[in-house]
Design a protein around this ligand. Structure first.
Ligand code: NAD
Length: 448
């Protein structure tokens, strides 16, 4: 198998332009699989690497395990040469490798880079000269230089080093943050500009050449750390602003003001304001986690990231806040949470997706159970839910029938396919944490 020779910039660009470049994507999850399909759509021969054998098998059978990725899309990619494997020796056949593995927090709320280090150590022996390796997993500034590069160099069986200057032989390394917003249909993926920061200007140029085939605009920055920090700034900006509206929502409720009416009015300002919305708490693999990567790293520099900590405090409290509102609402009906039948409507961390990671619904169900409620859920995206890293639900989906049997329906995720009017009509009490019942007039609704 011919691979890129002697770190040649023009060879790589030529291979990219003629679609001869082989692209390997490590981590076939919510980020890696759609990315593989984007490259495949552009006629690249893509290999997806994953340690989860069941995912590899499903993909190679032309199937999918992500709701919005249809099996036909995988089968189309297979026609362009897409395949999945758990065999890292195939890394040697790739010209570019993009790493999209998880970066969670551990039980002490500290970065867990074990997936990144595991991946890097596994691919290191197979890395060859001129290969371009890009990390996309969200992480703290310094990860690429301090964690990825030393492991690639130490583990490489050819003794290769990362290229720092023109004319050097070795491999190229860059960081490029993933900016996908699952479920957001308003911006096409290729219209989201792609930020790239290489360990050398050559690495940035090579990564930009590759991404330029699938993204309309590539935004180079001067280093991997700048690219890593860019992603964290974006997510911390969201986290802090969500915390702000969550706090103001609580004040507005006390003052008898509708926060949603206020946000709708404020967002008519054509400059200087971006709308964020309150909810029952943060969810997903990004916003609840990424800011803490930075606050952890900041400690090495004797620096306290007070905004992040404060935002975390407000957001983490939101599931408790909405449970208190449910308790108040039940109290109005002369009931306690203990013994009440509660239907949690929507489990996903946000509307219209099949992702449960860090979802506030998990905390809410756990809290309700602790308080003695009899909890059920409905979410069309989850026929059943067992247990995961931080939860043990072991529940099955309850059909939306006989809603009147529940003492309360709590709207936690505002999926668009719910008929909220019908739900309000049938339910005894609706506690709406998402403003999903906007426009519906009923004294059964408690918005919080
Ligand atoms: N999901 C999002 O919306 C989103 C958006 C932006 C950034 N990110 C970031 O992208 C990264 C990946 O997130 P995701 O949502 O795709 O995660 P995911 O859990 O959906 O997928 C990760 C995949 O990596 C595989 N994997 C784990 N260790 C591996 C290894 N050593 N070798 C090969 N495969 C391995 C897992 O089996 C899994 O299939 C994270 O850093 C996340 O913060 C995610």
């Amino acid at each position: 198998m011919e691979t890129l020779q002697a770190g040649s910039l023009t060879d790589f660009k030529e291979k990219v332009a003629t679609r001869q470049a082989r692209v390997g994507i490590v981590g076939m999850g919510y980020v890696g699989l759609p990315l593989a399909l984007l490259f495949s759509d552009q006629r690249f021969r893509v290999t997806g690497f994953d340690i989860a054998q069941d995912k590899v098998t499903t993909l190679n059978k032309g199937g999918s395990y992500i709701v919005r990725i249809l099996p036909e899309m995988i089968q189309q990619a297979q026609k362009a040469g897409f395949k999945a494997t758990a065999d890292y020796s195939e890394i040697a056949e790739m010209d570019a490798i993009i790493i999209c593995v998880p970066t969670p927090l551990n039980e002490y709320h500290e970065p867990d880079l074990s997936y990144v280090t595991g991946t890097v150590e596994a691919i290191a022996p197979h890395v060859h000269e001129g290969q371009v390796i890009i990390l996309e997993s969200t992480t703290y500034p310094g990860t690429t230089e301090e964690i990825v590069v030393p492991r690639l160099e130490a583990g490489n069986k050819h003794g290769l080093k990362v290229v720092r200057n023109a004319g050097e032989k070795g491999f190229h390394v860059a960081f490029s943050p993933e900016r996908e917003d699952p479920g957001n249909e308003t911006v096409a993926r290729h219209d989201i500009p792609k930020v790239v920061g290489g360990c050398s200007p050559i690495a940035s140029e090579l990564a930009a050449a590759l991404y330029g085939t699938i993204f309309r605009r590539v935004v180079p920055v001067s280093s991997p750390s700048a690219a890593e920090m860019t992603k964290l700034l974006e997510n911390i900006y969201r986290c802090v602003n969500i915390a702000l509206v969550n706090e103001l929502k609580q004040l507005c409720m006390r003052m008898g003001i509708d926060i949603h009416e206020v946000i709708d009015a404020a967002k008519t300002k054509p400059f200087g304001f971006q709308a964020f919305y309150p909810g029952p708490g943060l969810g997903g693999h990004c916003i609840p986690i990424d800011p803490f990567y930075l606050s952890w790293k900041a400690k090495q520099y004797d620096f306290r990231t007070k905004f992040i900590e404060l935002a975390g405090e407000v957001n983490i409290n939101m599931p408790y806040f909405v449970i208190d509102r449910l308790a108040d609402a039940l109290n109005e009906h002369s009931k306690s949470i203990k013994g009440s039948k509660v239907l949690v409507l929507g489990l996903a961390y946000k509307r219209d997706i099949d992702d449960l990671r860090e979802s506030p619904s998990l905390t809410i169900i756990e809290l309700l159970r602790e308080k003695g409620a009899i909890v059920s859920y409905n979410d069309p995206y989850f026929p059943s839910v067992g247990h995961g890293r931080h939860y043990a639900l072991n529940m099955t989906n309850t059909p939306l029938e006989n809603l009147g049997e529940f003492d309360a329906v709590m709207i936690v995720t505002d999926h668009t396919n719910y008929d909220y009017k019908a739900i309000v009509d049938q339910a005894k009490l609706v506690v709406d944490t998402r403003n999903a019942t906007k426009g519906i007039v009923s004294d059964k609704i408690v918005r919080c």
